[in-house]
Write a protein that binds this ligand. Structure first.
Ligand SMILES: NC(=O)c1ccc[n+]([C@@H]2O[C@H](COP(=O)([O-])OP(=O)(O)OC[C@H]3O[C@@H](n4cnc5c(N)ncnc54)[C@H](O)[C@@H]3O)[C@@H](O)[C@H]2O)c1
Length: 336
């Protein structure tokens, strides 16, 4: 199926199709050179399949993991483009998870003030979330996604077949973002996940998640309003991610923990059960003081608090300006 996402500058198509990896040259019309960006953990066969379909392409592989989403990798990618004389007619193609997509996207956004960017996400998290919406970024000075740009891809190709090689932990990591989106915006999808094994219905899960995210980013491309809903679980989650060290907990696992602190009543119980069912963490022994410290330096801070998303009832949400003191009380288990 094709999902068209409208942006202020035009629109792009997401092709969601089994075996789509073998149809890249049919789906994309690439005339110039292509830099295929990937990481060392992405099965080489996927990269080979893509490369073999694009005549004038080179591959840059960086070491897998969040620790590579940094200035050094960015600089190496720019250097590769410059040394191979890429110009505005050429493009960058990401084949990998969210780290690869963010790295490749930010490089494409800034090289020569922007060259074409195509995304072929290969993790569940990147297929349902990070490949759509145009956010690109690298981590900097100890902060996640501190330096980045809104930059829309020209096309996204999603082949659910590539998920077969993901570890269960990585699969569940992506599912955390699906649970997040369904908890705030789609109680039917949430119920579907409660009543099924996600792997058995993964095509539907990807499609429904993409439709939620499409609706949100089309209404609020630059995160001035509604798009903030996607941050459910992220404010605390990002802080936990920073203090536990990169790659100790995965991004989705931190979001899972974050959601536990930002939901109430029956919804909290339902979210907890769904996370547990999918082997996602619902508690973790982190250093509270360090988490508070990072929270207070959150780039979204407004004075002595931050705007957060709270879910009281599955399928709905509210924004709340929450003082840091209240968040600290919640984290210590003294409130909500
Ligand atoms: N731009 C956005 O809107 C947005 C949204 C959410 C998350 N993110 C970012 O995404 C990143 C997390 O993405 P992720 O969870 O995909 O992590 P990731 O990109 O690190 O991928 C996880 C691991 O899976 C491996 N891998 C990738 N595809 C595989 C496959 N098909 N089979 C086997 N192994 C495979 C990778 O090599 C890596 O080791 C974070 O940096 C986060 O900040 C961005």
């Amino acid at each position: 199926m094709i999902i068209n996402v409208k942006t202020s500058g035009g629109s792009y198509n997401i092709t969601l199709k089994r075996n789509a990896l073998n149809e890249v040259n049919k789906i994309l019309d690439i005339k110039g050179k292509a830099l295929i960006v990937t990481d060392s953990g992405v099965p080489g066969i996927y990269v080979e399949i893509v490369k073999n379909q694009i005549e004038n392409s080179i591959v840059y592989t960086f070491p897998q993991g969040e620790k590579s989403k940094n200035f050094e990798t960015y600089s190496a990618l720019l250097k590769t483009l410059a040394e191979n004389k890429f110009d505005r007619k050429d493009c960058v193609i990401a084949v990998g998870g969210g780290v690869t997509g963010d790295m490749a996207g930010f490089t494409a956004a800034t090289y020569m003030r922007g060259i074409d960017f195509y995304n072929i996400p290969t993790t569940l998290l990147s297929q349902v979330d990070s490949s759509i919406g145009g956010k690109t970024a690298i981590d900097f000075a100890g902060y996640k996604n501190l330096v980045g740009a809104f930059y829309q891809p020209k096309a996204v190709i999603i082949d659910p077949d590539v998920l077969d090689t993901l570890t269960d932990r990585q699969f569940n990591n992506g599912l955390a973002e699906v649970i997040k989106m369904s908890a705030t915006s789609d109680s039917d999808l949430f119920e579907l996940l409660e009543n099924n094994d996600a792997k058995d219905i993964i095509d539907v899960v990807i499609e429904k998640s993409l439709l939620i995210k499409k609706a949100v980013v089309e209404e609020d491309e630059k995160e001035t309003g509604l798009r903030k809903v996607l941050n459910f679980g992220h404010t605390v989650g990002h802080a936990i991610e920073s203090v536990t060290g990169l790659d100790t907990l995965y991004h989705g696992e931190c979001v899972a923990l974050g959601m536990m602190f930002m939901s109430t009543g029956k919804a909290k119980e339902q979210i907890k059960n769904l996370l547990s069912k999918n082997n996602l963490p619902i508690k973790f022994d982190f250093d509270c003081e360090k988490v508070f410290e990072v929270l207070r330096h959150d780039k979204k801070s407004v004075g002595d608090g931050v705007n957060v998303v709270v879910v009281d009832s599955v399928g709905s949400f509210r924004f709340e300006f929450m003082k840091y003191q209240k968040i600290e009380n919640i984290l210590k288990g003294e409130e909500i």
